[in-house]
Design a binder for this molecule. Structure first.
Ligand SMILES: C[S@@+](CC[C@H](N)C(=O)[O-])C[C@H]1O[C@@H](n2cnc3c(N)ncnc32)[C@H](O)[C@@H]1O
Length: 443
């Protein structure tokens, strides 16, 4: 075997060295914050707390990105096929586990027999054993001794009381059936074009759910789906790339005057406003969303005087009370809509704006150039995953820089993008939109 000195420089070797440095930094962090985790070695034991410093979150993200880059370098097409098939089955296993609430019956500490678990969950033992053993290959559950099953740090979050359970259910039930209809969506689009009905948007979601209702209308008509979707948004907000932390650091909220009003348009259950309200005690917030989503909101008691919930359909003009608000914040919403609808959403905000002091702050992805080597495949993959899901579920789209410019200009020719900031480690950028300085000069 070659000594380390004689190994030629290669991307593989460079990545492995970077992984080694990141692993050292993460280990030191865990030693200082949760030393017991170093002995644990269960799936999820080396995860970091969601409020960890941004540097350590970036280290974790880099480890995931670089280990994925190493795999891509060394895997053949057959290896990739096996990996994808494995992930498909792992996902099917998690779907089954969530459907039968299996994680609820497993004790928080220690273990139980498959037989007892099968009785508790009312499922056949043979299926339970084989399916849980597949889920173990993805880090969910463990078999400390043969025939016994216990939780790992990750499987605990599959309990039906956890948001992760709801988001997995949404992804594996609704999301999975939508994704499976991608070719049918194209066939329906081609057929509509041939019949001269090109304006009729047919999504994979419409085909999968056998409905002509738009995505959100359908979701909101089913309380269970609305709950899962809201949980999904909270879980997306907890992922490093789209963590709510980037909302805090991504815009100069501190420069707003004391008492300034921030309206979170399509703000879901208020997780962004709650985080902002904790950090910026002089600001006031209004969370706008549809009633079924707002009904899931839990605003902490000490923030209720500064974080208001308001039912509002952003396809209609802003209510009178919004007039003159300093910030109309709209995060992760416009990608759900086509260019025409997204233009309308922005236009519905404009009459409520004070041209002098109001601005729209959009927080969304700006699609990277596929040839940009500075962005890793995982980050590109996550943006593409969102873009495709928007297309399949809602006929929406993620946008590149030119498409954002065009959207703002089509909403109103007097609007302009005044600044763009992409917080480090975030897949979302903060796009500030204002009226052009000369657009309100007396004529
Ligand atoms: C992708 S989520 C983004 C939520 C939140 N802004 C965030 O960043 O986590 C899109 C949100 O738009 C809301 N929404 C969809 N249609 C809406 C409408 N017509 N009016 C108001 N909100 C709507 C959904 O309920 C959902 O909360």
């Amino acid at each position: 075997m070659a000594s380390v000195d004689t190994v030629p420089q290669s991307l593989l070797y460079a990545l492995a060295s970077e992984i080694s440095i990141a692993a050292r930094d993460l280990t030191l962090f865990i030693r200082d914050t949760n030393a017991a985790a170093l002995q644990d070695n269960q799936a999820g034991s080396h995860d970091i707390p969601s409020n960890a410093h941004a540097d350590i979150s970036r280290t974790k993200a880099a480890l995931i990105e670089k280990t994925m880059a190493v795999q891509q370098l060394i895997m053949s097409a057959t290896d990739v096929q096996q990996q994808m098939t494995l992930q498909t089955q792992q996902m099917a296993a998690v779907r089954w586990i969530c459907r039968f609430k299996v994680a609820d019956y497993v004790p928080g500490a220690g273990s139980m027999s498959y037989n007892d678990l099968a009785i508790a969950a009312s499922v056949p033992e043979d299926q339970l054993t084989r399916i849980c053993r597949m889920a173990m290959t993805a880090g969910f559950f463990r078999e400390p001794v043969s025939g016994e099953i216990g939780h790992t740090h990750t499987s605990v979050d599959l309990k039906s009381s956890c948001a992760v359970h709801d988001t997995f259910k949404f992804m594996t039930e609704t999301g999975h059936s939508v994704v499976s209809k991608l070719p049918e969506m194209t066939e329906a689009t081609v057929k509509a074009n041939q019949e001269g009905k090109a304006d009729k948007s047919i999504t994979a979601f419409n085909i999968a759910m056998n409905t002509s209702m738009p995505f959100f209308k359908y979701i909101m008509s089913n309380p269970e789906l609305a709950k899962q979707q809201a949980a999904h948004m909270r879980s997306v907000g907890a992922a490093e790339e789209s963590h709510v932390r980037h909302v805090l650091g991504g815009y100069d909220w501190g420069s707003l005057r004391s008492g300034a009003k921030v309206i979170d348009v399509g703000g879901s259950t208020g997780h962004c406003c709650v985080a902002l309200a904790k950090e910026f005690p002089s600001l006031r917030f209004v969370v706008q969303d549809l009633p079924p989503v707002l009904s899931q909101a839990k605003i902490p008691d000490d923030l209720k005087d500064r974080v208001e919930l308001q039912a509002h359909d952003f396809m209609t003009p802003q209510p009178a009370a919004s007039k003159g608000a300093e910030v109309f914040f709209i995060r992760q919403c416009l990608q759900n809509w086509s260019h025409t609808d997204a233009t309308r959403i922005l236009q519905n905000i404009l009459p409520a704006m004070d041209k002098d002091k109001s601005r729209i702050v959009i927080m969304s992805a700006i699609l990277a150039d596929a040839s940009d080597p500075s962005i890793g495949q995982r980050e590109k993959g996550i943006s593409r995953m969102r873009d495709l899901f928007m297309m399949m579920a809602m006929g929406g789209q993620e946008r590149d820089s030119q498409q954002w410019e065009a959207l703002v200009k089509d909403a109103d020719a007097q609007l302009e993008i005044s600044s763009v900031n992409k917080p480090r480690g975030s897949v979302l950028s903060v796009i500030e939109v204002k009226f052009k300085p000369d657009s309100w000069a007396p004529v």
